[in-house]
Design a protein around this ligand. Sequence first.
Ligand code: NAD
Ligand code: UDP
Ligand code: UDP
Length: 343
Amino acid sequence: FSFQQNRGGIGSFSSGGKIPLGLKRKGLRIVVTGGAGFVGSHLVDRLIQRGDSVIVVDNFFTGRKENVMHHFGNPRFELIRHDVVEPLLLEVDQIYHLACPASPVHYKHNPVKTIKTNVVGTLNMLGLAKRVGARFLLTSTSEVYGDPLQHPQVETYWGNVNPIGVRSCYDEGKRTAETLTMDYHRGAGVEVRIARIFNTYGPRMCIDDGRVVSNFVAQALRKEPMTVYGDGKQTRSFQYVSDLVEGLMRLMEGEHVGPFNLGNPGEFTMLELAQVVQETIDPNAKIVFRPNTEDDPHKRKPDINKAKDLLGWEPKVPLRKGLPMMVTDFRQRIFGDHKEDGG
Ligand code: NAD
Ligand code: UDP
Ligand code: UDP
């Protein structure tokens, strides 16, 4: 198990102190699309741990074999290099559909590919769910609320999204994915679940994916200044990955379609986040200001009452507890195991 820890496992925080979901049903066949990515690989760890058979479907655009390598050789684990934009035939009980780049830098890199992944990729996985009678869970996003005019965001809010902006391939893509999911549910009777995920961080995030937590942590470790975009007063609410994985599994196993906000309501300005990173890594870490990106949402914070009431879920790991676990992983990956500067 120490090997798994070294690979950035989220360890004892993953079960959240509750009855393991796996005790209910055993031996399911589960597809995780995007399972070689950041969130997907942590989900795969939990599913394997509870005794399920897992097929990861991933095209390795932002995912890495290293994230799931510790399962190689396990007969209950299978890894398929496949792009979800192409049809796929499998026989399974559940589909966790995560395949889609999540960081703005990655999803803007090839916007047409991003929207194809969201629309055609989701259509294919829903077609698969329909054909084999599998339950389907979509990982949507808080970005469906756009630059929100309601704060905090409740699931009933329809959002404020620019349909022709640089983020549209992602936020409009996910909105269409939600529409498709509900239409397969209403029209074809597919059992579906929708999660709207808020900013999540933790071990195994891509080091240079441009997201704010990974940027600040990598910059502080490398003794580079932390790049705050705009005036740094915009807010986000940061969720540790084990809390998200627990929420996704409860949603899949529960009776409710959703959508459900899954996020940590602890809200921080980017300047406050930089301060927490200073406290955690280096009190002397510097800050530099950079121009902000287009259409950047000014604030974001989930209302999670629905998930609390109907899924019995809420996050357990505050930023100041979760960040050090991510820093350990980043330190190992940036400086290597020989710790020339790991300190
Ligand atoms: P990630 O980029 O680490 O993982 C995405 C995975 O999908 C990668 O392994 C990538 O290779 C794979 N992928 C991308 N396009 C694919 C395609 N066409 N075919 C097959 N595989 C493909 O991102 P993540 O943070 O783990 O996000 C997982 C999911 O959660 C995404 O759907 C994302 O939109 C959603 N989400 C994440 C966050 C967050 O803060 N991490 C927030 C909101 C929503
Ligand atoms: N699909 C798939 N795997 C399956 C079943 C369907 O990839 O096991 C794809 C199929 O190729 C199609 C999409 O899912 O592009 C939607 O399938 P559906 O049967 O709902 O619609 P249709 O094929 O009638 O358009
Ligand atoms: N951000 C920042 N510095 C960085 C990267 C991002 O100040 O190096 C800001 C960005 O402008 C946004 C917030 O951090 O306001 C969150 O950005 P991220 O890309 O992590 O996720 P988003 O919530 O925008 O999808």
